[in-house]
Design a protein around this ligand. Structure first.
Ligand code: ADP
Length: 451
């Protein structure tokens, strides 16, 4: 048995939903398939914001920005190996993408700053609530309103082509229906990244072996295999973003600023083991050498007061607290030698006084840890985002190694490579998935009319 539509979208994250809604609005009959039992992919987990330049929301706050500046920041953040044409689209379409989402009912009125941005351009719901969940919800509501055929528990397996090499559909496997073909003139791959697949990650970057991930279970990269089997080339897949301090309990990333503002890292034996503010790769490697492959961020109320974000971690319940280091060590979910920890903190405080870390040569010693309550967050390195993926052109068309378009195959979002270069800036993922998802939907709808 088979179904026949104009456009099949694979993956129900931000890119997939944007593609499905936009293909529909450009006149295409659409099926959206999702292999997991839940929608939203990693997109729904995104916390930072949606980067966009020269928006009405920025103007209302007297923020001066431009697509050119967003372009520059993005290229710099990506170490200038980004595909300039794709970054140009990301930047120049960003305002349009915010307006598109706003017209569909999104609230992106809060504008904050993210790393690597020259100005405040990270758009999120009023009050700073999770941008990813909001954006996915709005897109989902709009897909429902349009009666888009959404099929859960349905995996995209293999692209079907005719003799001339044009895409003609996709073989899928439904949990209950089994294997069947969906015939279509165009297929849009919006299957996300592969950070959850540590075998694949470690093969590309051996330093990341054993890392956990912030990602949802579906982020294993099978969409990249589907594309490659259809002849697609990949780009920059070896660039994988890791972070040394992921909370073991909540899976949330604990910002570097916690260490920067004075927290120390200790192991279960209660000892420091590294200069806490070394580079991400070195800090990660050091943590993985400790008992249980994790460590604890230890800080006090003075650090807590210095950084608003910490209240969020406390609110999430990932930072057990006590007025005594010995009691803290014994707490459920902690388990650190409290006596050793007390000695370690006293020794560290003496370094703060003398201005010199005699053990690990930590270059900044902002404050002693001796005020109010103490806190412990168990952390381990985690893989966060995969920069590379399937190669696309500026119409979101997937290309082969000769940079020839595979007719009828489109890609958008984390499954693709080139937008972020060697390093993705916070806030650019949501921007990427909306802009390129929407573009892919539009282009695929146009293409299907001609074929
Ligand atoms: P993006 O941020 O690029 O939109 P997400 O990670 O948010 O990416 O979403 C990708 C979605 O695609 C996930 O929900 C994932 O489960 C789904 N997915 C991945 N591979 C397949 C596949 N082969 N078939 C169907 N869905 C897939």
């Amino acid at each position: 048995p088979h179904d026949t539509v104009d456009v099949v979208v694979v993956g129900s994250g931000g890119a997939g939903f944007s593609a499905a809604v936009s293909a529909h609005d450009n006149g295409a009959k659409v099926i959206l398939i999702e292999k997991e039992p839940v929608i939203g992919g990693n997109a729904k987990l995104a916390a930072g914001g949606m980067n966009a330049a020269w928006t009405d929301q920025q103007k209302a706050k007297d923020i001066t920005d431009s697509p050119e500046l967003m372009y520059k920041d993005t290229m710099k953040g990506g170490r200038n190996i980004n595909d300039p044409g794709l970054v140009e689209i990301l930047s120049s379409h960003s305002k349009g993408s915010v307006d598109w989402m706003t017209a569909m009912g999104a609230d992106l009125n809060d504008v904050g700053r993210m790393g690597g941005a020259s100005v405040n351009r990270s758009h999120r719901p009023t009050g700073g609530a999770g941008v990813g969940a909001h954006v996915v919800q709005v897109l989902y509501d709009n897909a429902l309103k349009r009666n888009i055929d959404l099929r859960m528990n349905t995996r995209g397996i293999e692209i079907l082509k005719d003799d001339s090499g044009k895409v003609k559909g996709i073989l899928v496997k439904g949990m209950y229906k089994g294997y069947y073909w969906v015939k279509a003139d165009a297929v849009i791959l919006a299957t996300g990244g592969f950070a959850k697949n540590n075998d694949r990650v470690a093969k590309l970057d051996p330093k990341l072996k054993g890392f956990i991930s912030t990602n949802q279970p579906g982020a294993v990269g099978d969409g990249i295999d589907v594309a490659e089997n259809a002849g697609a080339a990949t780009k920059d897949v070896e660039y994988i973003q890791a972070h040394p301090t992921l909370s073991v309990k909540g899976g949330v990333m604990v910002t570097e600023a916690v260490r920067g503002n004075g927290a120390i890292l200790v192991n279960r034996e209660g000892k420091r083991f590294v200069n806490e503010i070394t580079t991400r790769d070195k800090a990660s490697a050091a943590i993985l050498k400790q008992t249980g492959k994790s460590a604890f961020l230890i800080f006090d109320d003075s650090v807590r007061k210095s950084l608003k974000k910490i209240d969020k971690y406390i609110g999430l319940g990932v930072a057990p607290t006590s007025d005594s280091l010995v009691k803290l060590g014994d707490m459920k979910g902690v388990g650190i030698d409290g006596k050793a920890l007390t000695e370690t903190v006293a020794r560290y405080n003496s370094f703060v006084t003398s201005g010199k870390d005699a053990d690990f040569e930590r270059p900044n010693l902002p404050r002693a840890l001796n005020e109010g309550n103490y806190y412990a967050i168990e952390v381990t390195p985690g893989v966060h985002h995969t920069m590379g993926g399937v190669m696309i052109d500026t119409k979101a068309e997937v290309m082969n190694a000769k940079k020839e378009v595979i007719p009828g195959l489109y890609g958008a979002g984390e499954v693709t490579g080139g937008v972020h270069g060697a390093n993705r800036l916070g806030g650019n993922a949501i921007s990427d998935i909306i802009t390129f998802g929407r573009l892919a939907g539009e282009e695929a709808a146009k293409y299907s009319k001609k074929n």
